[in-house]
Design a protein around this ligand. Structure first.
Ligand SMILES: [Zn+2]
Ligand SMILES: [Zn+2]
Length: 347
């Protein structure tokens, strides 16, 4: 049993951030906790924002980032009853206490004592991670453990937006912005699986063919052309019933112009971090619903595992890189150079 492990430490946020791959002491599982040997960890836009120092609130100093974690339980602390050594697992996005009212209601991701994994406490850009037993979800033996890292974020987060927030129905037209990114590429699949006609909006024409394979009825490129014109052309000037927006302010107002009367616009990603100008009268007279969606519950993560098992959802990880190449992974993400997620794997 090694006494130390390799981990990616965020020494100092900034542009560029100061990162180091260091030897740190093995984390020790306390009562109710499990030590997990990390198989893979997805590199999320959230990680990029913390690295740059855009997201600072609640971030642990010298944090080990990464909240999209899969692996195998190695050891458990006292009193653990729901997992044991050898179990293949994925972590929820929040370290949940399992006992508060929200955990008991199945809203573990809003646990009153919850800490963000890879944010308020150390995450999965490391060989090992310790989380509470209530933060772990089993991975069926038939499924690939590395790509299972994506079951909570981004796939579960996308599922919550598409199925629960937007309540997409068969035959509806759904626009997905940022369709080539981690949230987008899975939202395209999930909306398609619910019977919607999906219009995928991307800035990367090279991703168009794969998006069509994954269920997009049409791929619209952002660029000099306002993509809302194409959405209106596809919908006989009605606009889209639903917009799953993983980009936010950078594509406003094209996104807003794409929304139909009675349309639902679900915001689940904000890449640039800027305000938009919205005329309340337009919201009123369009009978529009603007919804925010973040996080994912245990039940939805389990639903993702089932959907991957029987086919309608496929984890898309365009690249897998060793932990040491985290800076290259950050650059790929910033340049939108990969379809879906980049996975980091420990040595
Ligand atoms: Zn994520
Ligand atoms: Zn709780």
């Amino acid at each position: 049993m090694p006494l130390s492990m390799r981990a990616l430490i965020l020494e100092r946020p900034g542009s560029p951030p100061t990162l180091s791959v260091s030897e740190v002491p093995d984390p020790e599982p306390g009562p109710g906790e499990a030590l997990v040997q990390v198989a893979a960890c997805g590199f999320c836009h959230h990680d990029l924002l913390v690295m740059k120092g855009v997201l600072r609130r609640g971030v642990k100093p010298r944090v080990i980032l990464g909240h999209e974690v899969s692996g195998t339980v190695r050891r458990v602390g006292d009193g653990v009853a729901t997992v044991r050594a050898g179990d293949r697992v994925i972590a929820l996005l929040t370290n949940a206490c399992g006992g508060c009212d929200r955990c008991r209601q199945g809203r573990e991701h809003r646990c009153r004592h919850g800490e963000g994994i890879g944010h308020g406490r150390d995450g999965g850009f490391a060989e090992q991670i310790v989380v509470s037993e209530f933060s772990l979800v089993p991975v069926p033996d038939s499924l690939d453990l590395a790509t299972a890292a994506l079951f909570a974020c981004p796939i579960g987060v996308a599922l919550q937006a598409v199925e629960q927030a937007a309540q997409v129905r068969p035959g509806e037209t759904v626009v997905v912005t940022g369709a080539g990114g981690g949230l987008g590429v899975h939202a395209v699949q999930l909306a398609g699986a619910l019977g919607a006609r999906v219009l995928a909006v991307t800035s990367s024409p090279a991703k168009a063919a794969r998006l069509a394979e994954l269920g997009a009825a049409a791929v619209l490129e952002t660029g000099p052309l306002d993509f809302s014109e194409i959405v209106l052309a596809f919908t006989e000037d009605q606009g889209a019933d639903v917009i799953i927006d993983t980009v936010g302010s950078a594509l406003f107002p094209s996104t807003w112009r794409s929304l139909a009367q009675y349309g639902r616009w679900v915001l689940l990603g904000e890449v640039a971090g800027g305000p938009v100008e919205l005329d309340p009268a337009e919201v009123i007279f369009r009978d529009a619903r603007i919804l925010g969606s973040s996080g994912v519950s245990r039940a939805l993560v389990q639903q993702v595992a089932e959907m991957v098992s029987w086919g309608p959802a496929k984890p898309v990880a365009g690249r897998t890189l060793p932990l040491e190449e985290a800076a290259a992974a950050a650059e790929l993400l910033a340049q939108r150079g990969v379809l879906g997620r980049v996975l980091l794997v420990p040595p």
